[in-house]
Design a binder for this molecule. Structure first.
Ligand code: PGA
Length: 257
């Protein structure tokens, strides 16, 4: 899988268990072994069924959130330990919707990242600036601080499990895609920062994804940008034929066709 791109589908609070099941069965029935790391993140309710359906298909399953305590009196929460015990491999953490609607702070996200890593889950850590921050030229500072906070206390040998998804908040679900040259600069900035913090060898183990209004028409170009290892896809992942088209385009993103 080294060198191949990552495509993460974030279903968010969409698709019932039955709908997600149908989607995944279709994906598996398609039978193609993608030269991609395909990761589907459905609702918690569907994780076990999703894992059963995708077993042996090469398609990986992730959750959209977790709590940092292992167990206890935390009504309504699901721990990293529990996710790991059903066989989930990935977990999305720090999504801007969690930060905004559920008041997740950098500190909470850091605890979740550490808990995920301790429980052998691969965290997909979302970072991103608001439109206001971009207009004020503070986007790089924001991204740097979110990354540093999220990774506080992570051990060097855990870094190969870490994925960072840069998702400008103004691009999520809006149809506004980042300017490709701005994306190139931002990913170079992130890469340089990681190299500065951890050295090149370790920094190269951390995968970097772009997210925000990816679709079948822009995925190939976005994934062709230097230092972008894949994409985190919300809206366009919900429709089976659009998602298949995204996978096909993503597979060819290195070929410059
Ligand atoms: P979008 O969502 O593709 O619908 O913009 C991406 C995300 O929120 O992860």
């Amino acid at each position: 899988m080294i060198g191949s791109k990552f495509i993460v589908a974030n279903f968010k609070m969409n698709k019932t268990v039955h709908e997600a099941e149908e989607f995944l069965k279709n994906l598996v029935l398609n039978g193609k072994k993608w030269n991609l790391e395909v990761i589907i993140c459905p609702t918690f309710l569907c994780l076990e069924r999703a894992l059963n359906i995708c077993h042996k298909s090469g398609i990986k399953i992730g959750a959209q959130n977790c709590y940092f305590e292992k167990n206890g009196a935390f009504t309504g929460e699901v721990s990293a330990f529990m996710l790991s015990s059903v066989g989930a491999e990935y977990v999305i953490l720090g999504h801007s919707e969690r930060r905004t609607y559920f008041f997740e702070t950098d500190d909470i996200i850091n605890k979740k990242v550490i808990s995920a890593l301790e429980n052998n889950l691969k965290p997909i850590i979302c970072v991103g600036e608001t439109e206001f921050e971009r207009e004020n030229g503070t986007e790089k500072e924001k991204i740097k601080s979110q990354i540093d906070f999220a990774l506080k206390g992570a051990e060097p040998e855990q870094l190969d499990k870490v994925i960072i998804a840069y998702e400008p908040i103004w691009a999520i679900g809006t149809g506004k895609v980042v300017d490709y040259d701005d994306a190139r600069k931002m990913f170079l900035f992130i890469k340089n920062h990681l190299v500065f913090r951890y050295g090149k060898n370790l920094a190269d183990k951390i995968k970097l994804l772009y997210g925000g209004s990816i679709n079948e028409n822009n995925v190939k170009e976005l994934l062709g940008i230097e230092n972008i290892d894949g994409g985190l896809i919300g809206g366009a992942s919900l429709d089976f034929s659009r998602f298949m088209s995204i996978l096909n385009q993503a597979e060819n993103s290195d070929k410059g066709e």
